[in-house]
Write a protein that binds this ligand. Structure first.
Ligand SMILES: [Zn+2]
Length: 212
């Protein structure tokens, strides 16, 4: 973990989790997740409880193949990557930038849709946790210089008490056969389904660099 504020060291994090009554197995996961994320961001800490809850609701353990969707690109995807092994690279993590602190998780299925569990931060329940509430609302009354430690303590004390869930159906992505094609502009190859008209994405709408 990168050296940051005193309350962000692994020792301080463990002490804060002890105060909050976080169970030991989950504490280990929170430490690993914070290390992966490079620091214990509040969103990552809440994410740990969300994934832990979703796994329990699905009745599965993380050694099973799972698919996750995350409704924000901030913090939360790392909780799914580290704790449920739904990663960008194994294509079992989808990030939809809706801007909600919510995830869905599901096991593989043969059908076109899968039964998933959606776990989200419940605004009604946040009322009982005033510091998380103002942090979550991005309120100017939240002062990260003086309230960071308090926020962390409150997150661990709350655990899954700020979360709710619902059972939902999600579409299953069907794997398609593909072939490799050359882009006439750059000469590099891409899968046929990624060609944009007559060129590859890098020569088209996904261009993100200029040659130097
Ligand atoms: Zn090209």
């Amino acid at each position: 973990m990168q050296a940051g504020h005193p309350e962000e060291t692994p020792d301080a994090l463990e002490a804060s989790m002890d105060r909050g009554g976080v169970k030991p197995e989950l504490q280990q996961k929170v430490l690993r997740l914070s290390e992966f994320h490079t620091y214990p961001a509040p969103g990552v800490l809440i994410g740990a409880f969300m994934v832990d809850y979703a796994l329990e609701l699905l009745g599965v353990t993380a050694d099973k193949k799972l698919y996750g969707v995350c409704e924000t690109p901030k913090c939360l995807p790392d909780a799914l990557q580290v704790m449920a092994h739904c990663t960008t690279g194994n294509n079992r993590l989808k990030v939809v930038p809706i801007g909600k602190f919510a995830i869905t998780l599901n096991a593989p299925t043969e059908g076109e849709t899968a039964e998933a569990v959606r776990v989200y931060v419940d605004l009604e329940k946040l009322k009982y946790y005033p510091i998380i509430d103002i942090w979550y609302a991005n309120s100017p009354t939240y002062d990260k210089h003086t309230m960071k430690g308090l926020l962390q303590d409150e997150i661990f004390r709350a655990g899954r008490m700020i979360l709710s869930f619902e059972r939902v159906l999600v579409p299953v992505k069907i794997k398609k056969k593909w072939s490799s094609v050359s882009c006439p502009c750059c000469g590099e190859t891409v899968p046929d389904y990624l060609i944009e008209g007559d060129r590859c994405g890098a020569c088209g709408s996904m261009k993100y660099y200029e040659k130097i």
